[in-house]
Ligand binder design. Structure first.
Ligand code: FES
Length: 332
């Protein structure tokens, strides 16, 4: 069966199907609820049932106080909905609401995405998942000498699986370890989340994304989250690839474009010697053709600082309000 759940005080809603827990269903729908272990131990996913009936999925060791029991508190990771529900729960509304966490994650896979690009797929332990908002970054370290701060390229709705796009740079010890071949026996320390390059979920304006090279990583997370929320009328991605790495997930972007009527994808290939101003100008030209009034969109721009700064200047010059622009600056 499926049931509709409304979360107060935000009023946001999600659907619970089958035997998914309330927590799983809320995360898959893009809500940023407070939680920790997902296993009934930490008590962080407490919610108060305002109306409706629950079905318990698993036993919990967490001890509620007498007052909490009397108030109708339950653990969202241990229950599903037996009827439509209204619950009261804590939600994160911005990066400041996210606690800094340290987790030792297992290497699930390292996959090539071109000669100088790797997808690093980490999996956190079942009872210790990373809470983050789409678009945020984490510091990764392998042993003592190999560390890097990288955007999380996956969506928070898949809470245990974290993706990172690792680019090979000369002298980068972390990238060298990844390219030398990590295995399932290796563990990577994840510290985060960090950064404020996150979606403005209160806005219903059309979303435009400009990714320069590996700036695609946080943009991918934002797009997947925006799709889960189904909040934006249209999504428009311009991906400028200049450094010989190409559009290393071009097939994924084309699949989004094929599957969704409201998603537009425009890859731009530029020569390696192109200046940041030229790259930003090319991206802005595509946006200008599609959006006659930039005042009406929210823009998310990510990539090397030289490119994001050039794009920022052009976007503001063409009338985008500063409050509707978010910048994610990547290394390199
Ligand atoms: S997330 Fe820890 S008890 Fe539910």
């Amino acid at each position: 069966m499926s049931a509709r759940v409304q979360v107060q005080p935000s009023g946001r809603e999600f659907i619970v199907d089958g035997n998914d827990s309330l927590l799983e269903a809320a995360l898959h729908a893009g809500l940023s609820l407070d939680y920790g272990c997902s296993a009934g131990n930490c008590g962080k996913c407490k919610a108060r049932v305002v109306s409706g009936q629950l079905h318990r999925l698993r036993h919990s060791d967490h001890a509620f106080t007498a007052a909490e029991k009397a108030a109708g508190m339950v653990l969202m990771c241990c229950h599903t909905a037996a009827t439509d529900l209204v619950i009261e729960a804590r939600e994160a509304h911005g990066a400041a609401d996210m606690p800094l966490q340290t987790i030792d994650a297992r290497v699930r896979a390292v996959r090539p995405m071109g000669e100088d690009m790797r997808l690093l797929h980490l999996q956190t332990p079942r009872g210790n998942r990373l809470r983050f908002l789409a678009g945020q970054s984490a510091r990764l370290s392998i042993g003592a000498g190999a560390a890097a701060s990288l955007p999380i390229a996956s969506c928070p709705c898949d809470e245990r699986n974290l993706h990172f796009h690792v680019c090979r740079y000369a002298g980068d010890a972390f990238a060298e370890r990844v390219f030398a071949g990590l295995t399932g026996a290796d563990s990577v320390r994840v510290e985060g989340p960090r950064g404020e390059f996150v979606l403005d979920e209160a806005s219903a304006r059309p979303l435009v994304f400009v990714a320069f090279d590996t700036g695609f990583a946080p943009v991918k997370s934002l797009i997947e989250h925006a799709m889960a929320l189904e909040a934006a009328e249209t999504l428009h991605l311009v991906w400028v690839a200049s450094a010989g790495r190409g559009h290393y997930l071009d097939n994924l972007c084309r699949a989004w474009s094929d599957a969704l009527d409201n998603f537009r994808y425009e890859p731009i290939s530029a020569p390696p010697e192109a200046s940041a101003d030229a790259l930003a100008g090319a991206a802005l030209e595509r946006l200008r053709q599609a959006h006659s009034r930039l005042e009406e969109v929210d823009a998310y721009v990510a990539g090397p600082a030289s490119c994001t700064q050039a794009a920022e200047l052009l976007l503001l010059e063409r009338g985008l309000p500063r409050a509707q622009l978010r910048l994610g600056t990547a290394e390199g």
